[in-house]
Design a binder for this molecule. Sequence first.
Ligand code: DQA
Length: 157
Amino acid sequence: MTAPAVPEELAQRASRRVLVLNGPNLGRLGRRQPEIYGFTTYDELAEHCVGWGRDLGLEVSCRQTNHEGEMLDWLNEAADSEFPVVLNAAAWTHYSWAVFDACAQLVAPLVEVHISDPQQRPEEFRHTSVVTPYAAAVIAGYGIDGYRMALEHLARA
Ligand code: DQA
């Protein structure tokens, strides 16, 4: 997906909160299988997301957890507060019915992001996503740039 330039007026809109939520093992970005996930660290990713958001008039809170319950709490917070969400649920994407149920109650748009493209990877289990049924868009295989594309999508929503 190639994202067109974002019009100036969108960038100047009042700030809107967006949660960028990252699941298990993504805290190890830069060290974890860099041939698949690249060399950008999680801290650098979080910094990029905040900066990209700022340019789009979005106030980004970027979080990562290895604990499913914490992710569910954040998704519940997004539902209650009607925050849009960028979600890379990592391995939970492929089997967590709890994440599926939490996504079902979101009110504002949800964009699913993956750094790699799970559909193109050899492991069969990666070809299923519990997030996709509730996603306004799925952006996969564009590296960390996918997060920028997801934020641009939400800025337009
Ligand atoms: C991932 C893809 C998942 O299959 C994997 O379990 C991850 C990362 C990605 O961003 O490419 O941990 O979500």
